[in-house]
Design a protein around this ligand. Structure first.
Ligand code: KIV
Length: 263
């Protein structure tokens, strides 16, 4: 993927080809991912897999800005989304002030906010003030404490109707795409078919307009737990641990460094 995606090309991809999105939190990994994905999400999931916290809620705007800048440095030719952390978009004015700070202090292409119909006014306000918005509906990790856990959505008719309303409200408010997380596949597919903007799934089946995974999950680096929807493309944790073990043994036995590593 050599040409950087734009809001327009992302929207036009709907019905043409699935979008590839992955998270990254630093320049090293974003530079490795850039050539093979359309969009990099600086997700507030970094609070768990990078900072070791038990949920995303304590990520701060300053941290998101720091990591977004790092990701953008490593992936200058890739479309980058900065996730707005918990508590930074509780009303229209707060959301705009904080989103402007992200746009002024990073080269991020857009921001992402969690929520459905209840966030539509905020999305509309951001869009009408020059902030491109990616929505996020379904399972909302920032609601984990109020919901008492991570709950798959779309399991009954009431939830299905609500999700459809959420998707339509976010689209009408001006979002150019949305993430749909932890939703029954047939419901996610129905939602993707009901809106005109790309719907990018995580734990939402194959019938949507693209996929996103948290990089530390799909590289097998995050060991605390593995959600059902994650495919581990490599067992990164074992690879890293084995390499460190080998290094440790070689230092202990003076096998490393050798002549070729010596000035
Ligand atoms: O924070 C994150 O990484 C996300 C993905 C789960 C979509 O929002």
């Amino acid at each position: 993927m050599t040409t950087k995606m734009t809001i327009s090309s992302i929207k036009k991809s709907k019905g043409v080809r699935p979008l590839v999105m992955i998270t990254a939190y630093d320049a090293l990994f974003s530079s490795l991912f850039a050539g093979n994905c359309d969009i990099i999400l600086v997700g507030d999931s970094l609070n768990m897999s990078f900072a070791g916290k038990s949920d995303t809620l304590s990520a701060t705007l300053e941290q998101m800005i720091y990591h977004t800048n790092a990701v953008c440095m490593g992936a200058k030719n890739t479309f980058v989304i900065c996730d707005m952390p918990f508590g930074t978009y509780t009303d229209k004015d707060k959301a705009l002030t904080n989103a402007i700070q992200v746009f002024q202090e990073t080269p991020a292409d857009c921001i992402k906010i969690e929520g459905g119909k209840e966030k539509a006014e905020i999305v509309k306000h951001l869009c009408s003030n020059g902030i491109a918005v990616c929505g996020h509906i379904g399972l909302l990790p920032q609601s984990v404490r109020s919901e008492g856990g991570y709950k798959v959505k779309g399991k009954n008719e009431q939830e299905q109707i609500q999700l459809l309303k959420d998707a339509k409200a976010i689209e009408e408010a001006g979002a150019f795409c949305m993430v749909i997380e932890g939703v029954k596949a047939e419901v996610a597919t129905q939602i993707a078919n009901s809106v005109n903007i790309p719907v990018i799934g995580i734990g939402a089946g194959a019938g949507v307009d693209g996929q996103v995974l948290v990089f530390s999950d799909m590289l097998g680096l995050f060991e605390a737990f593995t959600p059902k929807f994650v495919k581990k493309y490599i067992n990164g944790a074992s690879l890293v641990k084995n390499a460190i073990k080998e290094y440790s043994n070689e230092v202990a036995t003076r096998e490393f460094p050798q002549e070729i590593h010596t000035y």
